[in-house]
Design a protein around this ligand. Structure first.
Ligand code: NDP
Length: 282
């Protein structure tokens, strides 16, 4: 029987409704949650991502403001703007849209953000807190993956989880979060030998490698839950890192691309932004 589909779009819509309720409650206390986005240059993908974030904020009743800079702006100017936003009480979350032009250091910008406003969860203070299990902001895509598993009633505790990919924004944090949820976690990368042998052990398989359809059905354990994080464009079509058709014949549950993990990222950003505002009120 083909696998069940984890409908990320529907789950993300539910989270947005929950966020909208929390925004209304805050407004009654006189607080409007606000997200500031720093956008440097005109990278078309970044411009689209930022527009989507603004639209999503508006839909849940949150305020968003975009600070746009030309591609040749100095790092100093960007850092000065971040410092201003750190002090601005109407701004509860700050994110720097990546990638930045080469002459601006991403790490310097991220480290300039007040960790209490780091709703993307990339600041080393938040990364460290996540590592030692303290409450913190968490990178949005990994947070969305764990939320998808929870809301789909997938048992994480005790499960054999395999993560393919070890980037700082997806692979490593998702591995940590699954460990925190008491899975037994293995992380794979380009130097992993016999990838298929490892992935076939997984009750939960998370693939974030950026390689179109690299995981085929024969690399998946029967009945496993497969989370496909990959977003690749092949012949004008969006495909994941998992070969959906062959995978579906083997696994129990699977996220589609598009419509799986993708919609969760912005939903989790909104959730963390409303949390940042709530922490400010009490
Ligand atoms: P990176 O390129 O930063 O990292 C890719 C990771 O995959 C690396 O650790 C790399 O290993 C590993 N890898 C690559 N090829 C193989 C292979 N053949 N076998 C085993 N491991 C491999 O990518 P990101 O983590 O930023 O993104 C991964 C994918 O997720 C991309 O398709 C991206 O578009 C998508 N994405 C989707 C998001 C969403 O909202 N749905 C958000 C963020 C990303 P090594 O370290 O050895 O090089």
């Amino acid at each position: 029987m083909p696998a069940g589909i984890i409908d990320g779009k529907a789950i993300a819509a539910q989270i947005r409704l929950e966020v909208a309720d929390r925004v209304s409650a805050l407004k009654k206390k006189g607080v409007v949650p606000g997200l500031a986005v720093i956008l440097v240059g005109e990278n078309p993908a970044s411009v689209t991502y930022v527009a989507n974030k603004q639209k999503a904020c508006a839909e849940v009743g949150m305020r968003s403001f975009v600070r746009r800079f030309p591609a040749d702006v100095s790092e100093e100017m960007v850092l000065a703007e971040i410092k201003k936003l750190n002090m601005d009480p109407s701004c509860h979350g700050i994110l720097v849209q990546l990638p930045l032009p080469k002459h601006i250091r991403e790490a310097a910008c991220i480290e300039a953000i007040d960790p209490k406003k780091d709703v993307d969860g990339f600041h080393p203070v938040n990364v460290g807190r996540m590592l030692i299990g303290e409450s913190s902001f968490i990178p949005c895509t990994p947070a969305g993956i764990v939320e998808l598993l929870r809301r789909s009633k997938v048992k994480i505790e005790g499960a054999e989880a395999v993560v393919v990919g070890r980037s700082n924004i997806v692979g490593k944090p998702v591995a940590l979060l699954l460990l925190r949820e008491n899975a037994t976690v293995t992380v794979c990368h380009t130097r992993t030998r016999s990838l298929g042998e490892v992935t076939r052990r997984a009750d939960i398989l998370v693939v974030a490698a950026g390689r179109p359809r690299m995981i085929s059905g024969d690399m998946i354990k029967e009945g496993a839950t497969v989370i496909d994080v990959g977003i690749n464009r092949v012949d004008g079509k969006l495909v994941g890192d998992v070969d959906f058709e062959t995978a579906r014949e083997r696994c129990g549950l699977i996220t589609p691309v598009p419509g799986g993990v993708g919609p969760m990222t912005i939903a989790m950003l909104l959730k963390q932004c409303v949390e940042a505002a709530e922490l400010n009120v009490h």
